[in-house]
Design a protein around this ligand. Structure first.
Ligand code: BG6
Length: 464
């Protein structure tokens, strides 16, 4: 069958500043929470590879843009590192960073690749984290100033902006489940973080629209769908709805509908952890929803009604309201431990069509992290990653189906272009269309999937 995608479909990939740029003498970058956490506890990072050693895009961006072109990209997303542009989070702008991002943007445009820029990808400047990071309302003001600086500096050429990538992840990682600095387990702080991220997003959208810059601004959310163990068991269904409310609707509803889900407000009121909502905040959130929604999808969430006792060693947690369900016989990516469920991407797109006004959206991340890919190197030195081609094909079929049914999906970006630094997993699992040899000055080699993706982009689809 032939799968053809809409005209001008966005074919490309996504990445982030902190995972790709690296740090270089004289680059003027300030410290962020990743630099700091790595200094404190390098052993927490796979093979002790830290954020300074990422894929060296800071010096290799020209070569990288050529490679993107070679694999058929018409668009590419990365993020500005707040701590590179404004090293202390507030105050002086780093001219070396302005020059770098200007050159990077110009290089992309000169090669026919539209730059999509995100403003925040888990990388709080350390100076702001020391004052509480997203738990502190002052960070919202600092972020809005940073966002406006970016729009002023680069908004003449960047026409697709995003306020956050996966804003639920700093909530989960930093304040509930201990996989981001500062590794707290305090739900009251988690709620404040989520609230301030939402408010910051709405305020940045407001500023962007006021500047009348002839582009659009959205948010990128990981909309992991929650499936109940048994659809006919009301307790399982209710538990799955709670997980959906905590992890998806806490950002999706305010971003698209301008309001927080009632179910979420009820729970945080019951727990007495409502953040400080100042006069006018809710109107700002209501009146400044996104133009465009980026959807990241990797895996589903399988849920059952709470069966295990609540852990008394800490305060309330979202999972006091549900348990994770280990579904037998699921397809799994063993390296990352994530279930592969291709239809999930269709279910998200259908939900967005039916319940979120069919907002303009695109798949902003989807991908497969695999460890030890060097064992697939063929005699020509190329990694034959047929599993990745299969993964992308199977997901694209469902994207195609959703589009056929009317979903307003405008593109597909793979995570990621070049293999990059995956937080505490560092370079354990590789996601790229292009391999990066970190032991050999970051040497790049296009994988089989990269060559395949070029044909998909050129044909605006594929036959299968
Ligand atoms: C997404 C993030 O959640 O998944 C990326 O936006 C991340 O930053 C990617 O790298 C892959 O996940 P992980 O945890 O394997 O790096």
């Amino acid at each position: 069958m032939k799968y053809t995608f809409p005209k001008d479909f966005w074919w490309g990939s996504s990445a982030s500043g902190p995972q790709t740029e690296g740090r270089f003498t004289g680059d003027g970058k300030g410290e962020n929470i990743w630099d700091y956490w790595y200094e404190l506890e390098p052993e927490k990072f796979f093979d002790q590879v830290g954020p300074d050693k990422t894929s060296r895009v800071y010096e290799k961006y020209q070569e990288d843009v050529q490679l993107m072109k070679q694999i058929g990209h018409n668009s590419f997303r990365t993020s500005i590192q707040w701590s590179r542009l404004i090293p202390n989070g507030t105050g002086t702008v780093n001219q070396a960073a302005v020059d770098f991002y200007n050159h990077y943007i110009d290089e992309l445009l000169a090669n026919g690749i539209e730059p999509f820029f995100n403003l925040y990808h888990f990388d709080m400047p350390l100076a702001l984290q020391e004052k509480g990071g997203w738990t502190n309302r002052e960070t919202v003001d600092a972020y809005v100033t940073y966002a406006k600086t970016c729009f002023e500096l680069f908004g003449d050429r960047v026409k697709k902006w995003f306020t956050h990538n996966e804003p639920i992840v700093p909530v989960e990682g930093g304040y509930l489940y201990q996989f981001h600095y500062p590794n707290h387990v305090i739900m009251e702080e988690a709620v404040a973080v989520g609230y301030h991220e939402n408010l910051a997003s709405a305020k940045a959208i407001q500023s962007y629209h006021e500047m009348d810059l002839d582009g659009e601004i959205g948010i990128i959310l990981n909309l992991t769908p929650s499936y109940p163990r048994d659809e006919n068991n009301p307790e399982d269904v209710k538990a799955a709805q709670m997980a959906d409310t905590f992890f998806n609707r806490s950002f999706l509803d305010p971003a698209v509908k301008g309001e927080f889900p009632e179910e979420l407000m009820t729970v945080i009121k019951e727990l007495d952890i409502v953040p400080e909502i100042q006069e006018g905040d809710l109107a700002i959130i209501k009146n400044n929803t996104v133009d465009l929604l980026g959807i990241n999808y990797y895996q589903p969430r399988r849920i059952k009604a709470k069966e295990t006792p609540i852990d008394p060693s800490h305060g309330p947690m979202p999972d006091d309201y549900f348990d994770y369900y280990d579904m037998p016989d699921k397809k799994i990516n063993p390296y990352r431990g994530w279930e592969i469920y291709e239809k999930g991407i269709y279910d998200i797109l259908t939900n967005v069509r039916e319940n979120y006004g069919n907002i303009r959206c695109f798949i902003s991340e989807n991908g497969m992290g695999v460890e030890g890919e060097e064992r697939y190197i063929n005699e020509d030195g190329q990694i034959d990653d047929d599993y990745r081609i299969e993964f992308v094909t199977d997901h694209l079929k469902y994207v195609h189906q959703a589009i056929q049914e009317g979903t307003n999906c405008l593109g597909y970006h793979m995570w990621t272009c070049m293999d990059n630094w995956s937080w505490t997993n560092a370079y354990k699992n590789r996601y790229g269309f292009i391999s990066v040899d970190i032991k050999n000055e970051g040497k790049r080699t296009i994988k089989k999937s990269g060559h395949w993706f070029k044909t998909v982009a050129e044909n605006n689809g594929f036959i299968d």
